[in-house]
Design a protein around this ligand. Structure first.
Ligand SMILES: Cc1cc2nc3c(=O)[nH]c(=O)nc-3n(C[C@H](O)[C@H](O)[C@H](O)COP(=O)(O)OP(=O)(O)OC[C@H]3O[C@@H](n4cnc5c(N)ncnc54)[C@H](O)[C@@H]3O)c2cc1C
Length: 322
């Protein structure tokens, strides 16, 4: 018997929009130590109270990180929160992947983000498949679909507004993204981006190339910027670009001293994400997915600006979760 009540399918929580309001979801990372773990549970409670539609948990390289993903996802799902577990092919044989999928099924974790993952250590290094493993995310979807115990899984995939850096162009990127949607993924979550036009072009590209599968929901991935250094690093890792005008705005706010002017940088970050979210809502985005780095405050401030959450501040219950 599963430890968790049957989970709502993420795909069924999408498009539950009312005028001016869309569902929102958040990404968590498995915590590295006890202090980070406490912060995560506080954040999970805060987002629960703010009405989050689902929470996702990333999957890293290395055994202990992976065990943490499973443990954290299991606990989140009992909160109760609709929980989406990320899974990658990195350093796994097919048998291992099947074992992991079985343990998700046994625990009642039925929402899966099927990913290939990046080479451990250096995302830009050559991607070498594990012997006896799989090469592309669409094969993971095929694997899930072939397992009777996982037949009720609701599967999402990654999509890339600027195209994936290994795709060899947008035409190939479209073809490979559609391959995953045709294999049985119900929706995608995008790589973080800062130019809404990139998201809209991805949506148009996919829908034009295959009106049936290409029109499945695309959840925009948003990261409220709170530090210039960290956003540069994140964009580098993602193989994506920071628009020049935004970089200039952030540099102006930093005024040559990033540490001293953190508050001004943050203010620009929150403002930019709010404006992006407003445009995405107007364009009919099915959900807003926030990459939170396990913090609440920046996301809550954006949600508040959108009229979707109370202000962040003393006496508001979860105001201690950064
Ligand atoms: C929302 C989101 C969440 C993420 N979470 C995690 C996480 O938790 N852990 C983690 O390690 N990484 C995570 N990633 C990063 C992701 O794993 C990497 O970006 C990875 O490089 C691509 O994964 P994919 O699932 O898109 O792979 P795939 O779809 O397999 O694509 C990999 C590359 O191969 C190309 N390709 C695909 N199919 C074919 C084909 N048939 N023939 C030739 N080329 C092909 C693609 O264009 C792409 O360049 C996440 C990314 C996103 C957007």
């Amino acid at each position: 018997m599963s430890a968790i009540n049957r989970q709502v399918a993420v795909s069924s929580s999408l498009n539950l929009t009312t005028p001016g309001r869309v569902p929102f979801s958040v990404e968590f990372m498995p915590p590295r130590d006890d202090a980070a773990e406490t912060r995560l549970w506080n954040a999970a409670e805060a987002f629960h109270d703010l009405g989050v539609s689902f929470v996702s948990v990333t999957y890293g390289a290395g055994g202990s990180t992976r065990a943490r993903t499973l443990r954290v996802a299991e606990k989140l799902a009992t909160k109760p929160l609709t929980t989406l577990v990320h899974m990658t092919l990195v350093q796994h044989t097919v048998e291992e992947l099947q074992d992991i999928l079985r343990s998700y099924a046994e625990l009642g974790l039925t929402n899966l983000l099927a990913l290939r993952g990046d080479p451990p250590g250096d995302v830009n290094a050559e991607w070498i498949p594990t012997e006896g493993g799989l090469e592309y995310a669409h094969e993971l979807i095929d694997l899930v679909r072939a397992m009777p115990e996982c037949e009720h899984f609701d599967i999402g995939i990654a999509s890339f507004p600027e195209g994936h850096f290994r795709a060899g162009g947008l035409e190939n990127d479209t073809k490979y993204t559609l391959q995953k949607l045709r294999a049985g993924a119900e929706y995608s979550i995008t790589q973080m981006f800062f130019d809404v036009d990139h998201y809209l072009r991805l949506r148009d590209r996919l829908a034009k190339a295959d009106p049936e599968h290409g029109s499945k929901p695309i959840i925009p991935g948003l990261m409220p910027i709170t530090s210039l250094r960290s956003v540069r690093r994140q964009m580098e890792l993602a193989g994506a670009s920071l628009p020049k005008a935004l970089e200039k705005k952030l540099l102006n706010a930093a005024a040559g001293d990033e540490e001293k002017n953190r508050a001004a940088i943050r203010e620009v970050g929150i403002e930019v994400t709010t404006e992006m979210a407003e445009r995405l809502i107007a364009e009919g985005a099915p959900d807003l997915h926030f990459m939170t780095m396990n913090n609440v405050r920046a996301t809550q401030e954006v949600l508040h600006n959108l009229g979707m959450a109370p202000a962040w501040g003393p006496g508001l219950g979860h105001d201690m979760v950064r």
